[in-house]
Design a protein around this ligand. Structure first.
Ligand code: NAD
Length: 364
């Protein structure tokens, strides 16, 4: 069987990582007809849009995509292509397994938890009002009329709107419980700041509690996000499946990547009812662009998740164990996986992928 998959090549270190994704997946023997598509800063410079319509058309046609990272300018410039893809394709589940691999320099061993980040609600909807624009001032006046505490917002403020809906919370929490049930996991923890944001995070928590009642076989608890950060760095072994609104999910994902040795090894999947786009947790690491330096593990493990999604469980297992084998051996790995980051024996992105492919070939 031939699978049609869109390969979004990204920018910064994206293109060099995309090449290794393709080589490693092809080496599993699974037949993929790749449809490479460019998105990000380079296309923006040429075409005036970072996400041409043809990229979305390709993902809609193929239903499955794997994406190398894409830069989002900070503070100014175009809005995030990553967020736009998730919104356009309604990829509401962001699933990020957090798993220890033997041989990785880290404070912890045996971490095995899964993050379910809501991907379409919250401050990421991008409804923002610029400081000192007439519509911002109008909105501030309206909010102050409604607020019995009087003038709580200064007129020189920018404003961002944080929507949290029952519909979007329900479907992500349900997805987390369904995953827990089908993957033999025991507990779901909802993360929030409902003590402060009573109408948004409060709604998230109340909705999560309602959904949890339908899954009496899975334990449920909740944690306030700041406490959750502390708990995760002190005793991560207490957690199993975490479900979070968009912003906390984004932040906790990087915290959890830190628990298992860094962004270089943290994979992810964005899944909706119709489409799926796989990508690493990390960004485009532009300072290393074109240097053949960054770790390809996170994107290759994202490809493992893609193979599982396609139903190619054996290929997924073989690719993951080839990655784990190369890391455990610790010889042909990138700088971030060496005990000493300046270790001159560290290899490049392509050479680490070569080592993974060589191991994989032995298992075919
Ligand atoms: P980043 O994840 O790109 O890099 C942060 C640091 O983490 C790097 O400097 C590097 O030290 C390390 N790192 C990241 N990936 C690594 C890898 N594969 N191997 C080894 N080390 C790695 O985060 P940033 O610098 O905050 O963001 C850069 C750009 O990427 C920004 O424009 C941001 O918006 C974008 N971004 C994109 C995505 C995405 O495409 N889904 C996700 C996060 C950030």
């Amino acid at each position: 069987m031939t699978y049609h998959v869109t390969l979004i090549t990204g920018d910064g270190t994206g293109p060099e990582l995309a090449q290794q994704i393709r080589r490693c997946v092809d080496a599993t023997g699974v037949d993929i007809a790749w449809d490479p598509q460019e998105a990000g800063v380079d296309v923006y410079a040429r075409e005036g849009t970072p996400l041409p319509q043809r990229v979305l058309d390709s993902v809609r046609k193929n239903k499955v995509a794997i994406k190398a990272p894409i830069t989002t300018p900070v503070g100014t410039g175009f809005r995030s292509v990553n967020v736009a893809l998730r919104k356009e394709l309604d990829l509401y589940q962001c699933i990020r397994p957090v798993k220890s691999y033997k041989g990785v320099r880290s404070r912890f061993e045996n971490i095995d938890l899964v993050i379910f980040r809501e991907n379409t609600d919250d401050l990421y909807v991008g409804v923002e009002f610029e400081q000192a624009k007439p519509e911002t001032l109008e909105l501030i006046l309206k909010i102050q009329e409604l607020n019995s505490d009087g003038k709580v917002i200064r007129q020189d403020s920018g404003l961002s709107i944080k929507p949290i809906s029952i519909f979007r919370t329900e479907r992500i929490v349900r997805a987390a419980f369904e995953y827990a049930r089908s993957h033999g996991r025991k507990k779901v923890t909802a993360v929030h700041k409902a003590n402060i944001m009573k109408f948004t995070d409060g709604l998230f928590l109340a909705t999560a509690r309602e959904v949890a009642k339908r899954y009496p076989d899975i334990a449920f608890e909740d944690r306030i996000v700041d406490n959750m950060c502390m708990q995760l760095v002190q005793k991560p072994e207490l957690y199993d499946v975490l479900v979070l609104p968009n912003l906390y999910g984004d932040i906790i994902s990087d915290l959890c990547a830190g628990l298992i040795g860094g962004l270089g090894i943290a994979p992810g999947a964005n899944i909706g009812d119709k489409y799926a786009v796989f990508e690493a947790v990390h960004g485009s690491a532009p300072k290393y662009a074109g240097m053949n330096k960054v770790n390809p593990t996170a994107v290759i493990l994202s490809a493992v998740l893609m193979l599982e999604h396609l139903g190619e469980k054996d290929a997924a297992r073989r690719l993951e164990s080839a990655v784990a084998g190369v890391i455990a051996e610790g010889k042909r790995v990138t700088y971030d996986l060496k005990q000493d980051r300046d270790d001159p024996t560290a290899v490049g992105t392509k050479e680490m992928a070569d080592a993974i492919i060589a191991r994989l070939r032995k298992t075919r």
